[in-house]
Design a protein around this ligand. Structure first.
Ligand SMILES: CC(=O)N[C@H](C=O)[C@@H](O)[C@H](O)[C@H](O)COP(=O)(O)O
Ligand SMILES: C=C(OP(=O)(O)O)C(=O)O
Length: 351
């Protein structure tokens, strides 16, 4: 069984614990703290385990020239990429307010630290765990420093090769035992042919002591539910209050009704995963009583006949007799009574 650990106070993940569902608010709050709060509440009401944001200290995440480059996208909130990002970035005080709000309504809150300084701030904010965004999965100095802080980590692996992920595993593991790797393809919205859920299996094989999860950017909920059926122990999906809003991520996000449906579907599938022990269950008795088949006399069998296969048929009999899987064992045995054609052969008729 995969490693299990406490990702948030009182909330274990991995093993047979319920999948941990992260509602990624990201920057879908449009830079408005009241919308952000509504989204945290929505995540809670829909049954998600955690609301997540993205925290950057912009001069540490981007170079000057990257911040100054013109950003003409229809999703832009400013003339330059820096202006756009500044519009979407909450201050430290605003983060404290959001964290308090989440605590008040009873949902975990964290953020991806999008650079080392942001991780420092999140550490001080006392988030339950660090999320590492795909764009930092190959940022080894960052990974090492973050892992050394000792908080659990959820590491996304979009845009990376298997070789890099092996190195991520080794690097983080050296300093921190509590982490999970999420399969992710970083495209918005993500085409199903590029999802590669099979990577979940690959990760489970290569890293059997680490819970594996999935961070999805596709439309709809089916693929994420399938990830859970494959054993994803953490899932993350972007959420929005309105998919038509301005912003790069809204289209690939779930609206409240979809998030609620995703949570319901995940919990249903988890229940249905059940046990690998194959046996007839008590709930099957009614069906078995009505339609379970028995060994039936194909012909009249006189008392003292030595039984052979050509004397048997398999039918639903009344009363229920010997189950057909035991038919072979009857061969060569003697019958103690006369049996009419089409009667059930019962255990106490056999010598
Ligand atoms: C890889 C990564 O960070 N991806 C994030 C998480 O999925 C996204 O939310 C980006 O922040 C977003 O798509 C950027 O959009 P823009 O460039 O319009 O701010
Ligand atoms: C980019 C992020 O996540 P992912 O790589 O899982 O999409 C994030 O957490 O900010």
């Amino acid at each position: 069984m995969s490693l299990q650990f406490e990702l948030c106070p009182g909330r274990m993940i991995g093993g047979s614990h319920p999948c941990f569902i992260i509602a990624e608010i990201g920057q879908n709050h449009q830079g408005d703290i009241e919308i952000a709060k509504k989204m945290i509440k929505m995540a809670k009401d829909c049954g998600a385990d955690c609301a997540k944001f993205q925290k950057s200290e912009l001069e540490y995440k981007f170079s000057k020239r990257a911040l100054e480059r013109p950003y003409n996208s229809k999703h832009s909130w400013g003339k330059t990429y820096g202006d756009h990002k500044r519009h979407l970035e909450f201050s430290h005080d605003q983060y404290r307010e959001l964290k308090k709000y989440a605590e008040d309504i009873g949902i975990f809150l964290t953020a991806s630290g999008m650079d080392e300084m942001a991780v420092e701030f999140l550490h001080e904010l006392d988030v339950p765990f660090f999320k590492v965004a795909s764009c930092d999965a190959n940022n080894f100095p960052y990974l090492e420093k973050t892992a050394r802080k000792g908080r659990p980590m959820v590491v996304s692996t979009g845009m990376q090769s298997m070789e890099t992920i092996r190195r991520v595993y080794k690097t983080v593991k050296e300093h921190n035992q509590k982490f999970t790797l999420l399969q992710c393809t970083s495209a918005y919205p993500l085409d199903p042919k590029d999802v590669n859920l099979s990577v979940i299996r690959k990760y489970q094989e290569e890293f059997p002591d680490v819970p594996i999860g999935y961070s999805g950017h596709e439309k709809g909920i089916y693929i994420t539910v399938a990830a859970v059926a494959m054993g994803a122990k953490v899932v993350e999906r972007h959420v929005t209050l309105d998919k038509t809003w301005k912003g790069n991520d809204h289209e690939a996000s779930l609206e409240p009704s979809e998030l609620a449906e995703l949570v319901r579907a995940i919990r249903l599938v988890e229940t249905a995963m059940g046990s690998p022990v194959k046996q007839m269950l008590p709930c099957e008795k009614t069906c078995h009583d009505k339609l379970g088949k028995s060994v039936i006399a194909k012909v009249k069998i006189p008392k003292a006949t030595v039984l052979s296969l050509d004397m048997f048929a398999v039918k639903v009999g009344e009363p229920k007799g010997i189950p057909p899987e035991h038919m072979q064992q009857l061969v060569g045995k003697k019958i103690k009574v006369d049996v009419e054609e089409d009667d059930s052969i019962l255990a106490d008729m056999i010598e």
